[in-house]
Write a protein that binds this ligand. Structure first.
Ligand SMILES: *[C@@H]1O[C@H](CO)[C@@H](O)[C@H](O)[C@H]1NC(C)=O
Ligand SMILES: *[C@@H]1O[C@H](CO)[C@@H](O)[C@H](O)[C@H]1NC(C)=O
Ligand SMILES: *[C@@H]1O[C@H](CO)[C@@H](O)[C@H](O)[C@H]1NC(C)=O
Ligand SMILES: *[C@@H]1O[C@H](CO)[C@@H](O)[C@H](O)[C@H]1NC(C)=O
Ligand SMILES: *[C@@H]1O[C@H](CO)[C@@H](O)[C@H](O)[C@H]1NC(C)=O
Length: 359
């Protein structure tokens, strides 16, 4: 076993070394950097101080309680429990965050953007109407009804929402490709700023006379989104897709004329954005348990860019893992990604080993 372990580590280090040359996600430069508030303990890294790695414990990488629904007794009938680096210091420098979203019947997670993250959402219960709007000049509204087990991706920096159109509560989990995705709720940022934006500015921007007019409101919202996007791109450290999205096509021929304008992007060709449909941003069937009748008693359904072309350039992927009783997902590494695991059912023993020389 010792030799096997050494061998595994060598393979892991080789894989890591080769990945660092080509990875486009941010590198944390060390295994992790659990955030602490005490400025005397270390140097300044990505906005947070690092705890001495030797003093970290398993609890730095653990957060219980995401099985508890958030209260949806509020005006919009939804509740987002965002687990970012402020709630979960172990996420620091890892480029990932998570949210649990509860929806009352007809509850709405109102139009908002994450200036620094792509979001990939899985519906656990209920039926959601979701959508996002592409940037200027097209402003295409891409929308879909999602059911249990459906996965949808909201590209970074685009205005999006989810609306529970069912008569029962709905539940979804989202992963976000930044330790601090940020949220800008459009209506609040525009009409509820502190101090308020001068009404003349709003009136001019919205081309309103007095009371609000939805057509104009929408135009203004998009302007706000674009301003927010522009300001976020300047400071984002996660990868930028350089355009709203780049739905991958395997066969360059199917990209047709578009290839004349768009070269190879991150290893995949982009579909002509005008030819994309809502189906490019949805993946279905994650509610179906996978067959665990194999030697390990587990089955990983990895939803990466090869299975879900809409993820291309967005820096995020998702996995659904089924475990039989005493099933094992054996020791492995993801050379290009941090992983945030949420247990939906059952009891798991999990662990990871730090790099040399401490291990
Ligand atoms: C860090 O300090 C802030 C403000 O004092 C506090 O809200 C936050 O919970 C602290 N974070 C940790 C991980 O202790
Ligand atoms: C979300 O749920 C939590 C826990 O129930 C509650 O403390 C919080 O006030 C809720 N937030 C909103 C906006 O309703
Ligand atoms: C948006 O503004 C409304 C009205 O003031 C408030 O009830 C709500 O909590 C705000 N939402 C967020 C996400 O700040
Ligand atoms: C909003 O303004 C446009 C242009 O002035 C007008 O055509 C439209 O009817 C207005 N909508 C409402 C709901 O007042
Ligand atoms: C995982 O489950 C799928 C669907 O049930 C099955 O086709 C596949 O062979 C399984 N993989 C393993 C490794 O058991």
């Amino acid at each position: 076993m010792t030799k096997l372990f050494t061998c595994l580590l060598t393979v892991a280090l080789l894989a890591l070394a080769s990945s660092l040359a080509s990875a486009h996600d941010p590198s944390s430069l060390q295994d992790f950097c659990v955030a602490v508030n005490n400025s005397n303990s270390a140097v300044f890294v990505n906005g947070k101080f690092c705890k001495d790695p030797k003093l970290t414990t398993a609890d730095d990488f653990f957060l219980p309680g995401l099985d508890v629904p958030g209260s949806t007794s509020n005006q919009v009938g939804s509740n987002v429990t965002l687990i970012n680096v402020d709630r979960f210091p172990g996420l620091n420098t890892l480029g990932i965050a998570l949210a649990r979203v509860d929806y009352a019947p007809y509850g709405l997670n109102p139009p908002h953007i994450h200036p620094r993250a792509t979001e990939i959402q899985t519906v656990i219960e209920g039926t959601l109407l979701v959508g996002f709007v592409t940037s200027n000049p097209d402003n295409r509204f891409i929308t879909k009804v999602l059911n249990k087990g459906d996965v949808f991706v909201f590209p970074m920096g685009l205005i999006h929402f989810q609306f529970n159109i069912g008569e029962t509560n709905a539940l979804a989990f989202s992963s976000l490709s930044s330790q601090n995705p940020g949220v800008i709720t459009i209506a609040n940022a525009t009409f509820g700023s502190n101090p308020p934006i001068n009404p003349d500015v709003l009136a001019k921007a919205f081309q309103l006379d007095k009371t609000s007019n939805m057509t104009k409101l929408f135009t203004c919202l998009l302007t706000v989104v674009l301003l927010a996007l522009a300001s976020s791109l300047a400071s984002a450290h996660d990868p930028s897709p350089l355009q709203d999205f780049c739905v991958a096509v395997n066969n360059p021929d199917s990209a047709g004329m578009y290839l004349l304008y768009y070269a190879l992007v991150n290893g995949k060709f982009c579909k002509d954005p005008k030819l994309t449909t809502v189906d490019d941003f949805i993946f279905m069937g994650l509610d179906v348990p996978r067959n665990t009748l194999n030697q390990l008693g587990s089955n990983v359904t990895l939803v990466n860019v090869d299975m879900f072309p809409g993820l291309n350039t967005l820096g995020i992927a998702l996995a659904h893992v089924d475990y039989a009783p005493y099933g094992l997902n054996p020791p492995h590494i993801h050379p290009r990604a941090s992983k945030l695991l949420t247990v939906i059912e059952g009891t798991l023993l999990v662990g990871f080993v730090t790099s040399n020389p401490d291990n």
